[in-house]
Design a protein around this ligand. Structure first.
Ligand SMILES: C[S@@+](CC[C@H](N)C(=O)[O-])C[C@H]1O[C@@H](n2cnc3c(N)ncnc32)[C@H](O)[C@@H]1O
Length: 206
C-alpha cells in the first residue's frame, strides 16, 4: 500500500482521534474479551490497539506491513506507558506470522480496503483466532455525531471523501464482502452496516 505514514498519522491525530476510544468501548462491551491476546491488523499509528489496551488487560500486538507506521506506533506505545503489554509486529495480513488459534481479539480499522487478496486475508485471520475469539474488521466512526464532525473536517481536506467512504463501507459493498467471506470458507460471520460504518465480525466457535 502506498501510504505516507506521517501524513496519515497527522490525519489520525487531528481528525480521527476521538473515534478510537469510542470504538474500543463498543468492542469490549459487545464481546467482553478483556484478557488474552489482541491483534490490531494494519494498525497504522496503533491508536485502535492502544485504546483497547488502555481499558483492558489485553496483551496487544500492533501489526502492520509498513515499518514507518510501526516506528510511529512504537513512539505512541512509549508515550502511553503500556510497553509491558503492547508490542509492534511487522508483517503482511496475507501471511500473519503468528501461531494457529493464538489471538483472542483481532481488530482492523480502515485497512482491509487496501488488502490485495481479502479472501486469503480472511482465511489467515480465521486461522489465528483462538476458540471463542472474535475478529472485527472494517471501517467506521463510532456514532453519528462523530461521523458528522469528521465529515465536516474531511470535506475541507478532501471533498471526495464522502463518496470514497460510500464506496468502501456503503450498503452496496455488503454483498461483495459476504461473497469473499464465503469463498474463504469462514463458517461464522456477520456483516454489520449502517450509516456509521461497516464491520465484519468473525467468530471461532468450534
Ligand atoms: C488507512 S491506515 C489505517 C490505520 C489504523 N488502523 C487506523 O485506523 O488509524 C491502513 C493501514 O493498513 C496497513 N496495511 C495495508 N495493507 C496491509 C497488509 N497487507 N498487511 C498489513 N498491513 C497493511 C497500512 O500500512 C496502513 O498502516
Amino acid at each position: 500500500m502506498d501510504i505516507n505514514a506521517a501524513e496519515f498519522d497527522r490525519m489520525a491525530r487531528e481528525v480521527f482521534a476521538p473515534v478510537y476510544p469510542v470504538l474500543a468501548e463498543q468492542i469490549i462491551s459487545q464481546f467482553g474479551i478483556s484478557r488474552g491476546t489482541c491483534l490490531d491488523i494494519g494498525c497504522g499509528g496503533g491508536y485502535m490497539g492502544l485504546a483497547l489496551a488502555q481499558i483492558t488487560e489485553l496483551e496487544t500486538i500492533l501489526f502492520d506491513e509498513s515499518q514507518d507506521m510501526l516506528k510511529l506506533a512504537q513512539g505512541y506505545i512509549l508515550q502511553s506507558g503500556l510497553e509491558a503489554r503492547v508490542k509492534t509486529l511487522p508483517g503482511d495480513v496475507h501471511d500473519i506470522p503468528l501461531a494457529d488459534e493464538s489471538v483472542n481479539l483481532a481488530v482492523s480499522r480502515g485497512s482491509m480496503f487496501f488488502w490485495k487478496d481479502r479472501v486469503k486475508a480472511f482465511r489467515e485471520i480465521y486461522r489465528v483466532l483462538a476458540l471463542g475469539g472474535v475478529a472485527m474488521i472494517g471501517g467506521g466512526f463510532g456514532n453519528t455525531d462523530l461521523l458528522r464532525e469528521i465529515e465536516e473536517k474531511m470535506h475541507n481536506i478532501d471533498p471526495e471523501w464522502k463518496e470514497k467512504r460510500r464506496q468502501r463501507i456503503g450498503q452496496t459493498k455488503v454483498q461483495e464482502y459476504r461473497a469473499e467471506l464465503e469463498q474463504a470458507g469462514i463458517p461464522t460471520f456477520e456483516i454489520r452496516q449502517d450509516e456509521t460504518g461497516l464491520w465484519i465480525v468473525i467468530r471461532r466457535t468450534a
